[in-house]
Design a protein around this ligand. Structure first.
Ligand code: G3P
Ligand code: CA
Length: 364
């Protein structure tokens, strides 16, 4: 999907050229026999070593296609979701991208949090006991602590780590800016805009705020895209269309689709519409299980496919999850997987080298 570089092949080609040049050069011809023999031995040994490593790389290239591993809310099976420790662990485990969710605070700052409410993943009840409320139209009549009722300074007082284990105590809710800077050069960003339609309805232009922050990020580090490509995704097609058509952003966009695929994007016709404003889709894995043709149809249109969410959190056994990701990536030919367990996805990808080294090259 996002390409594997064959550095070993480049090195091998360069070294071979260098040796060939040296062996045939006038300088070399003037040397004595002893130097000639020794040089030939050294050159041969170096070439053998590089040929061996290149063969290993070549085999990796024989795998049907490069696959992208996206750490969902960071390595969230092992660290508190959407926090810097979860992102750091994802980098360490070899994830290519981190996925995370953007919300907007009362003072219009972008923060990384999945829920619109703070109580599941922070100690907000303890720090701000009197700040919960029942949202207008909420039939459950339950009180919640809403992100958009709190300023960034208030949210920064919260502990977003303890709920996932004592060792994460003191972890804060990161801002979008902190996250962009933290992952620079270490992984790509799959940025999910959460409920942009609701924010828009409250007069908050979440898309514009996000693009402005990205502009600052690119200006600060013009080369940052190299190590950290950016993709924006959302369940809201309207929001993505706004980013593409109204805000004229050239950034790649992915449409997220729900398990029941409402309003029905995952047909040939639906996907053709998606293609007009997106470069990819992130379907729920159950949609793909129900109809694996989705991936073929999307590929025929040139759309990338990165299904979600592969996880051990809902008690899936690690080895079963690894096997499932292997199947999605290499049998169903998804371009990547969005997973809480990037380590298992990396293992699946590594395992695929032995499973899929086959003489017949595949188109994908
Ligand atoms: O990236 C896919 C996934 O993040 C969408 O669902 O609820 O985990 O944000 P959710
Ligand atoms: Ca998400």
């Amino acid at each position: 999907m996002f390409g594997l570089e064959t550095k070993a092949q480049e090195w091998h080609r360069d070294l071979t050229t260098l040796c060939a040049f040296f062996l045939s050069s006038a300088v070399f011809r003037r040397c004595g026999l002893a130097i000639l023999k020794r040089s030939l031995h050294i050159a041969l040994a170096v070439l053998l070593i590089f040929s061996y490593s290149t063969t290993a790389q070549q085999q990796t290239q024989d795998v049907p296609s490069a696959k992208t591993i996206i750490a969902h809310r960071g390595a969230s099976a092992y660290a508190p979701e959407n926090t810097l420790p979860a992102f750091r662990l994802a980098f360490e485990m070899g994830a290519d991208f981190i996925e995370y969710d953007v919300q907007v605070t009362k003072d219009k700052q972008l923060v990384i949090l999945h829920d619109q409410t703070l109580e599941r993943t922070t100690n907000v009840e303890e720090i701000f006991p009197a700040r919960s409320r029942i949202a207008a139209g909420d039939k459950s009549e339950k009180k919640h602590w809403y992100v958009y009722d709190f300023t960034l300074a208030e949210i920064k007082k919260l502990d977003a780590g303890s709920w996932a284990g004592a060792k994460f105590r003191g972890t804060s809710v990161p801002t979008f800016r902190e996250t962009l800077d933290f992952a620079r050069g270490r992984a790509g960003h799959l940025i999910e805009l959460k409920v942009p339609d609701e924010y828009n309805a409250r007069g908050v232009d979440m898309e514009r705020l996000t693009l402005a922050e990205l502009k600052r990020y690119y200006r600060a580090t013009p080369k940052s895209q190299k190590g950290s490509p950016i993709i924006i995704q959302s369940f809201s097609a309207r929001s993505l269309q706004k980013i593409a058509a109204e805000l004229k952003s050239p950034l790649p966009l992915h449409l997220l689709t729900t398990a029941d695929d409402k309003p029905g994007w995952l047909t040939r016709e639906g996907l053709a519409k998606v293609k007009s404003f997106c470069v990819g889709i992130s379907p729920h894995r159950e949609s793909v299980i129900r109809n694996p043709d989705i991936i073929t149809w999307a590929h025929e249109l040139g759309l990338q496919v990165t299904p979600y969410t592969f996880t051990t959190i809902k008690s899936q056994e690690p080895q079963l999850l690894r096997a499932e990701m292997l199947r999605f990536l290499y049998t169903l030919k998804a371009d990547g997987v969005i997973t809480d367990n990037p380590d298992l996805a990396v293992e699946a990808r590594t395992k695929s080298v032995s499973v899929f080294i086959a003489p017949s090259p595949s188109s994908r």
